[in-house]
Design a binder for this molecule. Structure first.
Ligand code: CDP
Ligand code: CDP
Length: 221
């Protein structure tokens, strides 16, 4: 890969398919800024619940978004979204957030609020002299960056994904979140044509990372 070649890598897939861990390895290996777009939905969900707004109150959520100031902070190779003066951390992985996040992510106004901010990370990555951007989530290769240089779709059996989450000590209804994410009208989780499918069920994290790195370095789309 030539130094001047700035690349955008999009990784989508269901819960615990390996998106975050794989993206972090690729970000280190290839010098890419890493953005976890799921953390944006989690942070908003956390802030909404903190204010006592129920996840189905679209009117109150829209009003809340009108006055919300978001920005970003870079730590190492990762960009984190900030809400006002707050940088949301581990609290966004709580069982309450796991349970509400897909309902809030299905709200059109919430997605409309985040989309331009998510796209703006290309400029952030360039300004900070990264060799590219790697973003992962549910609609990165379909809606946020349909023109990404590399689009991947990670899969894994549900039993394996449940095992991975339990091993991390997480209380998370993967099946229900996947159902809501696939069935919503706006930006559903789908495998789009042209995205490279990788079944991670039988693979170790290193094997998945090696496979994706190989594809990127070979310049295949
Ligand atoms: O880490 P995990 O795969 O379990 O979830 P996440 O990436 O943190 O995303 C949490 C939730 O945010 C997902 O279940 C989706 O409802 C939503 N999300 C989305 O709608 N679009 C994205 N690009 C990323 C996440
Ligand atoms: O981001 P996403 O929810 O898709 O998954 P993750 O947080 O990267 O991975 C969930 C867990 O599965 C982590 O503990 C990973 O180390 C593990 N994992 C694995 O055991 N084998 C893989 N091929 C990928 C991830």
């Amino acid at each position: 890969m030539k130094k001047e070649d700035f690349i955008i890598v999009a990784i989508d897939g269901g819960a615990a398919s390996g998106k975050s861990s794989t993206s972090k390895i690729l970000s280190d290996r290839l010098g890419l800024l890493y953005v976890n777009s799921g953390s944006h939905y989690r942070a908003l969900t956390w802030a909404i619940l903190q204010r006592g707004i129920p996840p189905h109150r679209v009117d109150k959520i829209e009003a809340f978004l009108k006055f919300l100031e978001v920005d970003y902070k870079i730590k190492g190779r990762e960009a984190h979204m900030t809400l006002g003066a707050c940088v949301p951390a581990e609290e966004i992985r709580s069982p309450e957030v796991n349970q509400a996040v897909s309902t809030i992510a299905a709200i059109r106004a919430v997605r409309k609020f985040l989309l331009p901010r998510q796209r703006s990370y290309v400029e952030v990555a360039r300004q900070h002299a990264f060799d590219g951007l790697i973003m992962e989530g549910r609609d990165v290769g379909t809606v946020i960056f349909p023109e990404a240089d590399f689009r991947f779709f990670l899969l894994a059996d549900e039993a394996e994904r449940t095992r991975r989450r339990q091993w991390e000590g997480q209380v998370d209804s993967i099946r229900e979140r996947d159902r809501l994410d696939k069935e919503r009208k706006t930006a559903p989780l789908i495998h789009s044509e042209g995205a490279i499918k990788v079944d991670t069920t039988p693979l170790t994290l290193q094997e998945v990372a090696d496979k994706l790195t190989g594809i990127i370095l070979a310049g295949k789309k």
